[in-house]
Each structure stands twice: as C-alpha cells, then as structure tokens.
Design a binder for this molecule. Structure first.
Ligand SMILES: [Zn+2]
Length: 149
C-alpha cells in the first residue's frame, strides 16, 4: 500500500512539473529599464495599439555583449510572454538613446512580432538607423511612427 501511495505521489509530482509550460503571467522588469517600458506603452497608445501590460520579463545580463555579441536580445518564449535581456554595460553606460533604441527594437520583436528589415526602421539594427534615432526628436518620431505601422 505504501508503494502505491508513493507511486501516486510521484505521478502527481510529475504532472505538476509537466505543467510548467502553461502560460504564467509575470511582470518582472529591472527598475532601470522601467522608463523604456513606459515609453513603449505610451507610444503604442498614441498609435492606437493595445499591448498587454503584465506579461513581460526584462533582465539585465552581465557580459551579454561579450558572450553573444548582442547588446540586447529577445528570447523565444511560449504564448504572449515577452522576455528580453539587456547587456549590463549598455544599461549602466551613458549612451541612453542607444539603450532606448535597443529597447524599442526588442519590443518590436517581442510585442509587435516584427522581424528585421533593411528599410529605415527601428527594426533595422544598422548604425545608420541608430544614428537617425539619436539625431533628434523629429527623426525619433518618424521611426516610432514606422515601428507601430
Ligand atoms: Zn533584432
């Protein structure tokens, strides 16, 4: 009888573990990056896009650039969960407009499901586009309009 109970217990445990690909809603954003989330949501609202507010993970990762040659990356997650990692040096650095560009780019992948393009777009990670984004508020406005089209 004890053995049957043990097997049942293990079965329940396995079923419980097997359910971890169920969509769990998580909002876990590094406080240093919260303002970029707010910027994205306010731009989305301006462009009449409704973005779910509570299924987002943004982590600051040490040496992401060194290990993956990326300043920021969107991880493939199941369902609607968006998970982004950002290199710690970029977050702590002084190039805040590049950080802002990188965040908008990753939100473009994660929330808007956009891929890369060769057009003049935030989804084009080429330095020409980054330079445009950093140039002035008018260029930023153009690029943000394009992002939400
Ligand atoms: Zn990208």
């Amino acid at each position: 009888m004890k053995r049957v109970i043990l097997i049942l217990y293990l079965l329940v445990l396995l079923l419980t573990i097997g359910c971890d690909n169920d969509e769990t809603i998580v909002y876990q954003v590094d406080p240093r990056l919260e303002k970029y989330v707010q910027l994205f949501y306010s731009e989305a609202a301006k462009h009449n896009k409704s973005i779910p507010k509570n299924n987002l993970i943004i982590l600051v990762t040490k040496d992401l650039l060194a290990t993956e040659e990326k300043h920021a990356v969107s991880r493939n997650t199941s369902g609607d969960q968006v998970k982004i990692e950002v290199d710690e040096a970029l977050v702590n650095g002084t190039d805040t407009l590049f950080l802002e560009f990188a965040m908008m780019h990753e939100f473009g992948h994660g929330f808007l499901r956009r891929g890369h393009t060769t057009e003049y777009s935030i989804m084009n990670p080429h330095r020409r586009t980054v330079a445009g984004y950093k140039r002035n508020v008018i260029e930023r406005g153009k690029l943000l309009n394009e992002l939400f089209q």
